[in-house]
Design a protein around this ligand. Structure first.
Ligand code: KG4
Ligand code: ZN
Length: 343
């Protein structure tokens, strides 16, 4: 193989990820997560995340190289998430990437975390389609993006105006007494005999009036509150809370809005491809509903396997690789970490 070898570093939230990619082939995807340390707080604590990145950085780089059977000196370029994300957490990754690039005398590529979530699909399905809508749904973001050429960046079409989709899953999980991070537990509870039609929870920003201003935006805070009120009312009346049914009905509301708006975005742009990424893309109901509704609308869906949907270093290496292959200029060594980086 004479394609360049790219090492990617991801530290924007609570996962320390180091990926190695050659061309569009994934060689290693090492991850250290501090999620357990945040669990007792019910959410990611920035200080704790930064410290964990610092401790995990070097061992994770080493583990990735061992898995891929390469030496650091074999790496042809270093890519790193430079934003958006937690400021202190990003700084650890950016500093490590700079030090590494400098020490092996290879170019540095600062990349946008959201664009990296889109680019990771190349590792599973090859070149991205020429025009596509990407829906990114995670604990930190819920966005609809238009993607013409990933090496030129992505264009925002809409995003959440309050909670992210994953955040809503996590908060509803807490209300239902399920562990953190709650998405996978809600998914599982719903699959274990949950009745999606047991309650009809609100679909945010879907009324005619809201669509005029927020056609491609999301809102999950009202839904979360509606679920919490419903559950509280049951408890107050001394009744059992049917956790599986509530999980299924809540999940149905989230997936209904996400898929409806994503398909509408494809139609608006005239795109026949929808890419889905981010932690919530691992949701079984979202995957099934997207397949079904997109098939009916003549849209092809691409969703990477769940392990590539959540934050990882491979996605950063994948985008770095696309940039190198397209002959893009590297970033200066002064590359800043930008916690509120625009898309
Ligand atoms: O992309 P990710 O790993 O990190 C962020 O950038 O946030 O996404 C984590 C989020 C969490 O909110 C988690 O509850 C959610 O993704 N998640 C899920 C599922 N698996 C993870 N949500 C719904 N269903 C799932 N199966
Ligand atoms: Zn992410």
């Amino acid at each position: 193989e004479n394609e360049p070898l790219i090492l990617g570093i991801e530290t924007s939230c609570d996962e320390t990820g180091v990926g190695l990619v050659r061309g569009q082939t994934l060689l290693a995807d090492a991850i250290a997560s501090s999620v357990d340390e945040h669990a007792r707080f019910g959410g990611v604590v920035p200080e704790v995340a930064s410290r964990a990145h610092l401790e995990a950085m070097v061992p994770t780089i080493r583990r990735a190289c061992e898995t891929a059977g390469v030496k650091l000196s074999d790496v042809d370029a270093v890519a790193v998430t430079s934003g958006p994300g937690l400021a202190g957490a990003l700084l650890v990754g950016v500093a490590a990437a700079k030090a590494l690039a400098l020490s092996i005398d290879k170019p540095l590529y600062g990349v946008n975390h959201l664009a990296a979530h889109v680019a990771v699909d190349t590792l599973e399905h090859g070149d991205l389609p020429k025009g596509a809508v990407a829906m990114l749904v995670s604990g930190g973001h819920s966005s609809l993006l238009a993607v013409e050429d990933i090496t030129e960046g992505v264009q925002p079409m809409g995003s959440t105006i309050d909670d992210a989709a994953g955040e809503a899953f996590d908060k509803v999980a807490r209300v239902l007494g399920l562990p953190f991070p709650g998405g996978p537990y809600v998914d599982k509870a719903a699959r274990d005999g949950g009745d999606r039609a047991y309650v009809t929870f609100p679909r945010g920003l879907t009324s005619q009036r809201d669509l005029e201003r927020h056609r491609f935006d999301f809102s999950f805070s009202g839904l979360k509150t509606a679920v919490a009120r419903w559950v509280e009312a049951k408890r107050r009346d001394g009744e059992d809370v049917p956790v599986n049914h509530v999980a299924a009905a809540f999940q149905e509301a989230v997936c209904d809005v996400l898929t409806r708006k994503a398909i509408d975005a494809c139609k608006d742009r005239g795109y026949e491809h929808l890419l889905i990424g981010g932690g919530v893309a691992a949701n079984s109901r979202l995957r099934a509903m997207a397949e079904e509704r997109c098939a009916a609308a003549g849209i092809a869906v691409r969703v990477p396997r769940p392990g590539l949907c959540t934050d990882n270093g491979a996605m950063v290496a994948a985008l770095g690789s696309e940039l190198v292959r397209a002959g893009k200029d590297p970033s200066p060594l002064e590359l800043p970490a930008d916690s509120s980086m625009p898309i």
